[in-house]
Every structure is written in C-alpha cells, then in structure tokens.
Design a protein around this ligand. Structure first.
Ligand SMILES: [Zn+2]
Ligand SMILES: [Zn+2]
Length: 263
C-alpha cells in the first residue's frame, strides 16, 4: 500500500489522500477536494484512480467528486446513510465492509458517528495499520459536532473504536490542525511535556511534508485521549465546578469538547 498525502493549502487546511496498490497502480482517492492536485499526483505516479471515497458529506470533502469522476470514471463510495446528502454514490458502506484497491490493498470500514451521523473511517489491513479518519480524529484533536453531529456519539466512537486500535496505527486526518490542537492540549494540561516539546516543530512544519502521528503518540498529546490525566481533571474542575473529583471519562470528554468549541 502506498499513501500519498496531498496538502491542499486552502483556508480549511484540508488533506486529501491517494491510496494505491503498488502492483497494479490502481488508486483510491479519499475526499479529493483539490481534484486537480489529486489528478496531477496520480498522473505523476502513473496511477489510475478507480474509486473515490468520501468520509462524510461536508462540502470540503465531497467538492471534488464530480471532477475526479469525470476525468477517471471512478466509482463513488460513501456511508450508506449519506445517500440523501451525497449525490451519485455507487457503493454505500457499512461497518465491516472491505474496500479493495488493486490486488494488494484492503481497507476496512469503521462506522464512526459524531462529527456527522454518517461518517466512515477506513483502516488498512497492513502489518502496520493506517487509519484514514476524516473529521473524526485529528492530530492532537477531535472533530467538532456543529454540522449534523453529536458529542455523545463522538465520545462513543473514540472510546469503543478509535482508542482500541493498535498504538502503532498511523493517523491520516482530513485537516491539518495540529499546531492549534497542541495549544489546546497545553491549555488543558500545561504539564504535558510531550505536547510542549512537539509544538515548536509543528508550528514550523511544512504541511506538504506533514508529520504523521501514531495512535500511541495521540494518546500522549491529544487531550481527547487524556481523560484520566489528573491535571486535565483539575483544570476542568476550575472551569466547571460541578464536575466531580473523579469524573467518568465521558463527562471529561464532553466538557473538553464544549471548551474546545469556544477556544
Ligand atoms: Zn466535516
Ligand atoms: Zn472537513
């Protein structure tokens, strides 16, 4: 499996992806908003885009579908529950479905509601798994729930699915928000040494050659995985005096999501 992360350099800081089979050169385009960059990248590599996957229906993820499909005749894949929101779905996806790309690549679908209620993440069946997580999980952050989502569902997705993946899993999100998210982590957990050490490098990084985190790293730097950290809880109780001394993880997650909305 070859992964090409494409930096769109737009105001939304979107990442698009090509996932290719090294044997056949067939490729899956994930959320190819910047269709020209995606088509150009495929051409430069000698790949053929045969499928397009939308992680969810937001326009900054679906906005390049028509152009990529017109140029390549690729099939469109998206959550089966998004058929009223995304035009022209050829294959509706549900949890456990497998997307094959060429001869060698298999991606397993996870049904991951929260950012929207019909959001798909895909996990590669490779020795080292890679997770393409759209707007569910970001580097050092979590998706918002303002446009058709719900924070309870987002918590459930994190707790019951994302957090259970292997720590070695590579994380490929739909946007580059890492520097701002690390600042939020440090606002919530000022003694997070790993986040503090990472921030200057991430503020300087070229998103065209972005650092790819692992899930193990996320568990250290992403406040939405730091739900039992004593300093996260202490700071949270300063903001919300009604939070108990030993809050459950869901309460901490929901309060962090609420603070991040205003941060
Ligand atoms: Zn979105
Ligand atoms: Zn987005």
């Amino acid at each position: 499996m070859i992964v090409e992360q494409i930096w769109t350099a737009n105001s939304g800081r979107n990442f698009n992806y090509l996932v290719a089979c090294p044997e056949t050169g067939e490729a899956l385009a994930i959320d190819p908003l910047d269709y020209q960059k995606c088509l150009d990248a495929a051409k430069a590599k000698g790949w053929t885009i045969t499928q397009v996957l939308n992680t969810h229906h937001h326009r900054d993820h679906t906005g390049g579908n028509d152009q990529v499909i017109a140029a390549t005749h690729a099939k469109l894949l998206a959550h089966s529950g998004a058929k009223d929101q995304i035009d022209g779905i050829d294959r509706g996806l549900k949890a456990g479905d497998v997307i094959k790309v060429g001869k060698t690549v298999e991606l397993q679908c996870l049904d991951t509601p929260g950012h929207t209620m019909s959001h798909i993440c895909v996990l590669s069946r490779t020795d080292r798994p890679a997770l393409f997580c759209g707007d569910t999980l970001f580097n050092a952050g979590a998706g918002n729930c303002h446009n058709g989502g719900h924070p309870n569902e987002l918590y459930n997705t994190f707790a019951s699915q994302i957090a259970k993946l292997p720590d070695t899993t590579l994380v490929y999100p739909g946007h580059d928000y890492i520097a701002n998210n690390l600042r939020f982590t440090l606002d919530r957990e000022p003694d997070n040494a790993r986040a503090k050490a990472m921030l200057p490098g991430m503020e300087r990084q070229d998103p065209g050659h972005a650092h790819v985190t692992t899930l193990g790293e996320e568990k250290e730097i992403n406040t939405f995985f730091r739900l039992n950290s004593p300093s996260v809880i202490r700071r949270l109780r300063e903001a919300f005096p009604d939070v108990p001394e030993n809050p459950d993880e869901k309460t901490v997650f929901l309060k962090l999501r609420e603070l991040r909305n205003k941060w």
